[in-house]
Design a protein around this ligand. Structure first.
Ligand code: FES
Length: 120
């Protein structure tokens, strides 16, 4: 099983292919935001990779990062990533301190919208 390391929280085994945003909430127990419910619309699910950043990227992630001007290296949308290898991330968009009332809408099992994969 892939190992997800989350700075400040620890290491967690994740079912292969699980959406990273769901693993951050369900396995790691973090307060990661996901305001749009994992639909590649809000960017609140962004995390910073320090190891194991996936090489592939959905077209939806590419489009919303560009539209919002998110260009920082290693910053990716956790709702658009499947845990198919070991990864290490830092939480940079958490409920704590956000002023929001909750982490966000329910996140579906599979990546939405239907992924069109591109190279990072
Ligand atoms: S872009 Fe909204 S939860 Fe990922």
């Amino acid at each position: 099983m892939p190992i997800l390391k989350v700075a400040g929280l620890g290491e967690f085994e994740v079912p292969p292919g699980k959406r990273l945003v769901k693993a951050l909430v369900e396995e790691a127990g973090s307060d990661q935001l996901h305001a749009c419910g994992g639909g590649a619309r809000c960017t609140t699910c962004r995390v910073r990779f320090t190891e194991g950043e996936p090489n592939r990227m959905t077209q939806a992630e590419r489009d919303v990062l560009a539209a919002r001007g998110v260009t920082e290296p290693g910053v990716r949308l956790s709702c658009q990533i499947a845990c198919d290898a070991d990864m290490t991330v830092e939480l940079i968009s958490r409920l704590e301190g956000s002023g929001r009332k909750d982490q966000g809408g329910a996140v579906a099992e599979n990546i939405e919208p239907e992924p069109v994969w591109t190279d990072r």
